[in-house]
Design a protein around this ligand. Structure first.
Ligand code: SF4
Length: 341
């Protein structure tokens, strides 16, 4: 039985296959979907030889500071409108949005019907400077996201994805005209763990991150540091080396885990683990490494790479001061990469 068939539209990111099947091009699973069946995400389905994708609803929409996404190099202190749908192409044991991410649990929830234009208009009216597709994996609802983003662009807003990075070249090309920002989770640097705990493959995530950066989206990477899962020095070194190899200017957020879902009996991440991870990132050449979900403001400021001054000071999701000009220039003249105006 398809998921929410009445809230679906033909999927642009698809191609026909022989025998009435369709190939989905929205994420790196590249599902071949037979008539009447759904892809791995559970929300894109084949109806009469045509792939259908979620359309015209949100699981929720709420104002958020951009620091909560987190984007630290985009419009400091800006208000965003976050929205999500249902479903996911991963199944992470430590998922913090499992109720909307799984189609079984989401079936108990009520979607909020809305048009793309109305959602964007509400964002603008509320003073948001960006709309962000988040809560569930936005790749699997890319067509709806693109429709909302196109409306947001008409109103002068920035647009963003909070994603697991399982991107395809087709999806990146489809989104490029309307999408500015891409926050990607790098959950581990061990393929066996990615496969067992999340249902994805490391190489495809790394390909997605390379693709997003090369395509010119503004990229920030987040790792939820989970004790005993991905917090060894060796794994943190490997992740830092990969990101620094991409560019020393890719911001890397190291955030604390709170026990949830299938890892509800796990240990929360001690702040010291995040400070150690941040030190590793800086030693391996990354210029911008941040701690998240920790009390106080430790490890959350942005420092000028030339003079070392704290050019954006933060505490939690609040911005305390910004010394950069609209072009991202420190008073010393050096430029900090990002989108600052
Ligand atoms: S979005 Fe990904 S998981 Fe869902 S049908 Fe398409 S390829 Fe499969």
């Amino acid at each position: 039985m398809p998921f929410l068939p009445e809230l679906a539209a033909p999927a642009a990111l698809s191609e026909p296959l022989p025998g009435g099947k369709v190939r989905c091009l929205a994420c790196a699973h590249r599902c071949s979907v037979a008539e009447g069946a759904s892809g791995v995400c559970g929300v894109r389905f084949n109806s009469g030889g045509r792939l259908m994708a979620p359309w015209g609803y949100v699981s929720g929409a709420a104002p958020d500071p951009i620091e909560k996404k987190p984007f630290f190099h985009v419009l400091p202190g800006a208000r965003t409108l976050s929205f999500g749908m249902f479903g996911c192409n991963f199944r992470c044991d430590f998922c913090q949005n499992w109720e909307i991410a799984g189609v079984k649990s989401a079936a108990r929830l009520v979607p909020g019907k809305v048009s793309a234009g109305r959602l964007a208009a509400e964002a603008a009216a509320a003073g948001a400077r960006a709309v962000i597709s988040t809560y569930n994996e936005p790749l699997i609802t890319a067509e709806w996201g693109a429709a909302v983003f196109a409306e947001a662009k008409k109103r002068g807003l920035r647009t963003g994805f909070v994603s697991n990075g399982y991107a395809t070249p087709e999806c990146a090309a489809f989104l490029k005209p309307v999408l500015d920002l891409w926050k990607v989770d790098l959950k581990s640097f061990d393929d066996a763990k990615y496969s067992r705990v999340c249902g994805g493959r490391l190489a495809k995530v790394l390909d997605g991150i390379r693709l997003i950066r090369a395509a010119g989206f503004w990229l920030e990477v987040v790792t939820l540091v989970v004790p005993g899962f991905n917090d060894s020095d060796a794994e943190l070194h490997a992740m830092a080396d990969f990101l620094a190899g991409l560019s020393p200017d890719v911001p890397w957020h190291l955030t604390a885990f709170h026990p949830d879902h299938l890892m509800a009996d796990g240990e929360p991440t001690p702040p010291e683990t995040l400070y150690r991870a941040r030190e590793i990132a800086l030693r391996r050449g990354l210029r911008y490494a941040y701690c998240g979900n920790v009390p106080g403001g430790a490890g959350q400021d942005t420092f000028c790479p030339a003079c070392g001054k704290a050019v954006v000071k933060r505490e939690g999701f609040s911005v305390r001061s910004v010394l950069l000009d609209g072009g991202g220039r420190c008073p010393c003249g050096a430029k900090v990469p990002g989108i600052w105006s």
